[in-house]
Ligand binder design. Structure first.
Ligand code: ZN
Ligand code: ZN
Length: 293
């Protein structure tokens, strides 16, 4: 399977991209300030992850490859608990200082960790097996989507680490024509065009990037040209929003040939919320994303 290997993002890359975006789109200033620091903390944590490799059974692997099935189920991702807990605490601190909307939850979660009312392992496990976090969030007196945000953000480097290790099992070959991640089966939440104009999808859970067909809807697999359109704005040439009139989903795409900064996918996602609103106004539904900004 053809994959894209971009070098790991450095702290400088992330901060420089955040600075450029902050100047270009001042309305997102406070959001970029908070998330930029979260992404830096995640990149630093990723460089320190220590996990054993996930070993796949050769027979099962051959079967999965034959049927274009994902390598693993998300519940099989391993989490470096020390790294995840330390990152969780850092993100709580950042939220208290820089994210007014999340500061209450950040404070509650920090307190709960200190007094032993919060064990993160079951929260991580529940998230990876798609269980409802509502009961845990209720006990902590915070909204479930905020607990999801903090926990997923803390686990993300471990998941990314496992995904990079697992991607060695993927076959070299033509594009993967499915609209789900070949590593973990999750939905893509962004697409991008590389320097040659090839279209890649990005997994919303494990950040794996895979080459896909240039055209066609990734939500319903339709390739009917009449159903596929995109819109863009002349002031923001680096983005396109693909919409499908068959399944009424949309997908944001970043054209790397037009980008004047390092590509930090999550940063581009949060600074294009206006494009989500526009697509939703037109009646389209967004991709299913695990981590919501
Ligand atoms: Zn994935
Ligand atoms: Zn579709």
């Amino acid at each position: 399977m053809t994959q894209m290997f971009r070098p790991a993002l450095s702290t400088e890359d992330i901060l420089r991209a955040a600075g450029i975006l902050q100047k270009a789109r001042p309305a997102y200033g406070a959001l970029i300030d908070f998330y930029g620091q979260v992404f830096v903390a995640q990149a630093q944590s990723l460089s320190q992850i220590q996990l054993d490799p996930i070993i796949l059974d050769p027979g099962l692997l051959a079967l999965k490859q034959e049927h274009a099935m994902p390598l693993i189920d998300p519940s099989q991702f391993l989490i470096d608990k020390d790294q995840a807990e330390s990152l969780f605490k850092q993100i709580c601190t950042l939220a208290v200082a820089h994210a007014p909307k999340l500061s209450h939850s950040g404070e509650r979660l920090s307190e709960a960790l200190i007094c032993g009312d919060l064990d993160l392992a079951p929260v991580f496990a529940a998230l990876l097996s798609d269980q409802d976090l509502e009961p845990m969030a209720k006990k902590l007196d915070i909204p479930a989507d905020e607990l999801t945000f903090f926990a997923f953000s803390a686990m993300a480097p471990s998941i990314q680490f496992c995904s990079a290790q697992l991607s060695a099992y993927l076959k070299e070959g033509p594009e993967f024509k499915k609209g789900y991640c070949p590593v973990c089966g999750s939905h893509p939440d962004t697409a991008f065009l590389d320097q040659d104009g090839k279209r890649f999808l990005l997994c919303s859970l494990c950040s794996h990037e895979w080459l896909t067909l240039r055209m066609g809807c990734v939500s319903c697999d339709t390739a009917d040209k009449q159903d596929q359109q995109y819109f863009f704005s002349a002031e923001e040439k680096e983005y396109r929003v693909y919409v499908c009139d068959n399944c009424h989903h949309y997908l944001k795409l970043v054209d790397l040939r037009q980008l004047d900064r390092a590509f930090v996918p999550k940063l581009e996602q949060i600074t294009t919320l206006h494009l989500d609103y526009k697509a939703q106004e037109k009646g389209y539904t967004g991709p299913v994303s695990k981590i919501r900004a």
